[in-house]
Design a protein around this ligand. Structure first.
Ligand code: FMN
Length: 222
């Protein structure tokens, strides 16, 4: 296992580290706003999708933390999947604008970052729904470089990530293998009450994760 990454083995026991120093990344009360959008000319364009619709979602918090880390090679934009309707083939006779917009964003992006919550040992319904929409017709994937982070309860999201890796295989997404980020959100003070990542060690892991992701996107650009 590479040194320094938050790879937390799956298990029912609480074994996550708890070395958090509570330093809210953005002002208290601000966290329920969408993660900020960056604009960095020349940087790789990344679309970030959180599979939790919750305002104080810790998965969206991970995406917000990635944006705040401000990796110079990555221009990360959060794409809100809240407005997507449930997938229904009948709607494809006149595909909703929100679906077309998301598809276009993903098509134009150099890479996609997913925050993958775990519900009942699997990917959350909103993320699966978004991917179902994005797997239809002319898909925007075409071996596009992607990566995943997760915040969940007892597994840290490992089962959801495994399942999602299999799901995205259908469209031949180029998912980064390592490092892996699984935050067992209840096993320590990783997040504040608003879903902001406050654990410095996890922020460091995320920094290294983003460096690896930038390399993955650069080396596999389509
Ligand atoms: C219906 C439901 C099922 C869940 N199933 C799992 C699970 O299988 N494994 C797990 O680690 N956590 C599970 N959780 C806990 C969530 O993953 C956890 O609360 C997570 O932080 C939610 O993501 P969010 O903070 O981004 O909203 C479940 C939560 C709910 C509501």
């Amino acid at each position: 296992m590479p040194k320094g990454f938050a790879v937390i083995p799956m298990g029912l026991e609480d074994i996550g580290p708890n070395k958090g120093v509570p330093v809210p990344q953005i002002k208290k009360g601000d966290s329920t706003k969408s993660p900020t959008k960056q604009s960095k000319p020349g940087a790789l364009k990344i679309i970030a999708i959180s599979g939790s619709l919750r305002k104080k979602s810790t998965n969206t918090g991970l995406i917000r933390a990635c944006i705040n880390i401000n990796n110079p090679d990555l221009d990360i934009e959060w794409a809100d999947i809240n407005p997507l309707p449930m997938f229904n083939e009948d709607l494809e006779t006149n595909t909703p604008e929100v679906v077309l917009n998301l598809k276009e964003k993903v098509r134009k992006a150099d890479g996609v970052l997913f925050a993958v919550p775990e519900n009942n040992f699997n990917v959350s319904a909103p993320l699966k729904n978004a991917y179902d929409w994005l797997s239809r017709g002319e898909t925007p994937w075409k071996l596009k470089p992607c990566a995943m982070v997760s915040s969940a309860a007892m597994t840290g999201g490992e089962l959801a990530q495994k399942s999602f890796r299999q799901t995205v295989g259908y469209c031949k997404v180029n998912m980064m293998e390592k490092p892996e980020i699984y935050v067992k959100r209840f096993s320590g003070k990783y997040f504040d009450d608003d879903g902001n990542l406050v654990d410095e060690e996890t922020k460091d892991h995320l920094k290294e994760f983003l460096v690896a992701f930038a390399d993955h996107v650069k080396n596999n650009k389509v």
